[in-house]
Design a binder for this molecule. Structure first.
Ligand SMILES: *Cc1c(COP(=O)(O)O)cnc(C)c1O
Length: 241
């Protein structure tokens, strides 16, 4: 058994145990394997161990991996989970199945307009700035209802739910608070007529807290693929000031 398949098994055990602790059905939480910074070989290894949904943070890296794994394209779901600038939406609309990091209406409008006609609608989550950190992207909680309604009305995308990256915290209780706040927002949106089914929360360090608070999709990277090296320096130097 490879390391990746052993780690995947361990994550499935953690998810199952967290579901039991929360009184939730064991199948209620899907695993998204975050493969950013790891190569196509690592993705293939995880695929061979049964994993079919993968998350990428960087557009260029993601499309290179999708191309390298073209033989598996029909059997893998590719999820964009990193910050998305409006000049990068076209390739994402053309190549990915999901985008979790929609942080403003304009991005969703572009993804909808640029989604090729022959493909299934792109599946979207709104990223919510649940911890209120000035430096983090995401829709402010107070604006989520309006943005969600507008995104849900777009033709070539489906609004599936909410995503957040809460501020790291050390204890289970401290980790649970922002996840609970996101879940409350999610419940409120559904009560107001939206039909959301995805709460994208939980990473390697806070999976248990997220599952306790209702996560339906956890995004796990390092606990499957190992520690990440720092991101390589871009090959084009920044323009002189
Ligand atoms: C990197 C990343 C993850 C996975 O983080 P780990 O701590 O390695 O599990 C999840 N979500 C997003 C948005 C990420 O950028």
């Amino acid at each position: 058994m490879t390391t990746i398949s052993a780690q995947l098994m361990r994550i499935h055990e953690r998810i199952a145990a967290a579901c039991v602790a929360a009184g939730r059905a064991p199948g209620a939480v899907r695993l998204l394997a975050v493969s950013k910074t790891f190569g196509a070989d690592a993705v293939r290894e995880a695929f061979d161990a049964g994993q079919t949904a993968f998350g990428e943070n960087y557009v260029q890296e993601g499309i290179e991996k999708i191309a390298a794994l073209a033989d598996l394209r029909a059997r893998i779901q590719w999820h964009m989970i990193g910050p998305l600038q409006s000049n990068k939406t076209r390739v994402v609309a053309e190549q990915f199945d999901w985008v979790h990091s929609v942080d403003r209406l304009k991005i969703a409008e572009r993804l909808s307009a640029q989604r090729p006609a022959g493909l299934a609608p792109l599946q979207l989550c709104l990223q919510v700035n649940i911890s209120g950190e000035a430096s983090k992207s995401g829709v402010p909680p107070a604006d989520v209802a309006d943005v969600a309604r507008a995104v849900a009305a777009l033709p070539h995308v489906v609004l599936r739910g909410l995503m957040a990256i809460p501020e790291p915290a050390d204890t289970l209780d401290a980790q649970r608070a922002p996840h609970r706040a996101l879940c409350e927002l999610f419940v409120a949106l559904n009560a107001r007529g939206l039909a959301l089914d995805t709460l994208s929360i939980g990473m390697s360090a806070d999976l248990e807290a997220a599952v306790r608070e209702g996560a339906t999709m956890v995004r796990i990277g390092s606990a499957i693929f190992g520690a990440r090296a720092l991101r390589p320096v871009p090959s084009t130097p920044p323009a002189a000031a």
